[in-house]
Design a binder for this molecule. Structure first.
Ligand code: FAD
Length: 489
């Protein structure tokens, strides 16, 4: 990187987004960049966000944080998959593991052979062919084996407040300056409207070249000051409320997140070492806050440890995350509900892309590239989340009937139709979720394709049946030999 244009970087907000940004800038930007972070303890953070996807491991590696230290400091557990119960119909249950299913046979993707086997009577489930899913089912964990076709990714469940504190210590040890206080006013330059300074309640003025808005749902700089509009996706993701409550840790300790559909939304269960995170996500048009909270409390698997925390939100994003000299990272740039644990991933992507595109000559080019990238990330994640809602056959409430009948984004419609016709998973350009993730939801929620790759017929039905049976039993045996998750921790 040549000499950067922005030498004074000011971050507003000390939640997960703020401290992940500060830590990464301290490590990755040239030392001439001075980083200041302003946060207000009086305002506090959103206080949720505990499930991740495997990319967070690369973020920690980028920062040079050993896994052992990270896990101890954040009371983290391992996460191999998400279990979805009640999403296809009221009794359906499937795992979305961080892994592929089986390996190709005769050059044809595994799931086409899986379909052949089903057509001749096999009742195996797709997740019988993922070691990660089998381990998760048994509340077990083992590091991924180094054998072709058997590997998988893993992520963590973590205490988000502890993670932010951990990253704060990391960043402050690398010269990030923290200022406590509430930003009361933001001043802009009269000639071009760029942000000039923050004025704190105390009267302190903090000037900067580049401002990072990590102020959460308030979107203090990007939304309120610069007026970048919010595009709502509520018509596709109708949940707009959540209530969260912690409870005692679980025994045995699951190595997966659970997502259980309810009549007007869904409930999460996130196992940590020292507690369990629980929450109910719901549409305020279908259920009251009190009813949602009562429903969540009835479903708790262990004694409560905190009072319920109610959160309001709207699914959608700011049409561009970088405007003038301000980049929004985290909830200030948008929010897609936590169904596939993608928010921390989106924070990570924004940080990595900002560092990659960090302007040293022409800010305009970097800004355009960044905005195009982030817009694409948001829309790809959106489509995958909408798939879960749309592909339901529950018919037991207005909420689920609406989701099944709603008009979905054309990009998603096209993808579903192609799969229904031919079992082909269309490859999006560089979206987060790859073929195995789409297969998990398609099959898990009961979308059976009408046709599949005719080349699968070149492998005899007998060989397919033997191969599938052999693989499922091999994975089951491996999973049964693996240690319990709690033991590994
Ligand atoms: P916040 O945590 O809200 O932080 C905002 C910061 O800005 C605070 O420090 C606040 O004090 C500061 N601030 C605001 N205004 C001012 C001001 N005027 N002056 C000074 N400081 C100010 N993500 C996942 O990846 N996995 C999950 O499982 C997950 N679950 C979620 C469940 C729910 C119900 C919700 C709503 C979100 C969930 N998320 C999840 C998203 C996740 O919580 C956020 O992405 C993450 O916490 C980052 O939040 P943030 O830092 O952007 O905002």
């Amino acid at each position: 990187m040549a000499s950067p244009l922005a030498k004074k970087i000011v971050i507003v907000g000390g939640g997960t987004a703020g401290w992940m940004s500060a830590a990464a800038f301290a490590r990755l930007l040239p030392s001439e960049c001075k980083v200041t972070l302003v946060e207000s303890q009086q305002i506090g953070t959103v206080g949720v966000g505990e499930a991740t996807i495997p990319h967070i491991r690369y973020f920690n590696q980028l920062l040079g944080i050993p896994e052992r230290d990270f896990m101890r400091e954040t009371q983290a557990t391992y996460k191999l998959a998400i279990e979805f119960t009640g999403w296809g119909n009221a009794s359906s249950r499937y795992m979305h593991p961080f892994s592929a299913f089986g390996a190709d046979l005769g050059g044809v993707d595994f799931h086409h052979h899986f379909l052949t086997a089903r057509a001749i009577g096999s009742n195996a489930a797709l997740d019988d062919f993922s070691l990660a899913a089998q381990l998760a089912r048994g509340n077990r964990f083992a590091p991924p084996p180094d054998e072709p076709g058997l590997g998988y990714g893993y992520a963590y469940h973590l205490d988000a407040t502890a993670y932010a504190s951990f990253l704060r210590r990391y960043a402050e040890a690398r010269r990030v300056v923290r200022r406590e206080g509430k930003v009361e006013r933001v001043t802009t330059a009269p000639n071009d409207g760029r942000i000039a300074a923050l004025v704190l309640e105390s009267g302190e003025v903090i000037e900067g070249d580049l401002f990072i808005d990590c102020s959460g749902f308030r979107s203090l700089l990007l939304g309120k000051t610069l007026g970048v509009s919010f595009e709502s996706w509520r018509q596709w993701l109708p949940c707009d409320r959540a209530v969260a409550q912690a409870s005692e840790p679980l025994t045995p300790l699951p190595s997966y997140t659970r997502s259980r559909a309810t009549a007007s939304g869904w409930q999460w269960r996130i196992p940590l070492q020292h507690r369990t995170g629980n929450g109910q996500v719901y549409s305020s048009e279908c259920i009251s806050d009190d009813e949602a909270c009562a429903q969540l409390q009835r479903a708790l698997n262990s004694a409560p440890l905190s009072d319920p925390n109610f959160i309001q939100f709207e699914a959608g994003y700011r049409t561009h995350s970088w405007e003038k000299n301000c980049v929004a990272i985290g909830l200030s740039s948008g929010f897609l509900e936590p169904l596939e644990s993608t928010s921390i991933y989106l924070i990570q992507m924004a940080i990595v892309k900002l560092v990659e595109f960090f302007p040293d000559a022409d800010e305009h080019i970097s800004r355009e590239a960044f905005n195009r990238w982030m817009g694409m990330e948001y829309r790809r994640v959106r489509d995958f989340l909408v798939l879960h809602y749309h592909l339901n056959r529950r018919q037991d409430s207005d909420f689920w009937r609406y989701c099944a009948d709603m008009n979905i984004p054309a990009s998603l419609q096209e993808k579903i139709e192609l799969f229904r016709e031919s079992a082909v998973v269309q490859h999006y350009d560089q979206g987060l979720f790859a073929q195995p993730s789409w297969l998990a939801v398609y099959f898990g929620q009961g979308l059976v394709p009408l046709g599949w790759d005719s080349r699968a017929a070149s492998v005899s039905a007998d060989k397919v049946a033997r191969t599938l049976h052999g693989l499922a039993s091999q994975l089951q045996t491996m999973a049964e030999r693996a240690p319990a998750h709690a033991e590994v921790l």
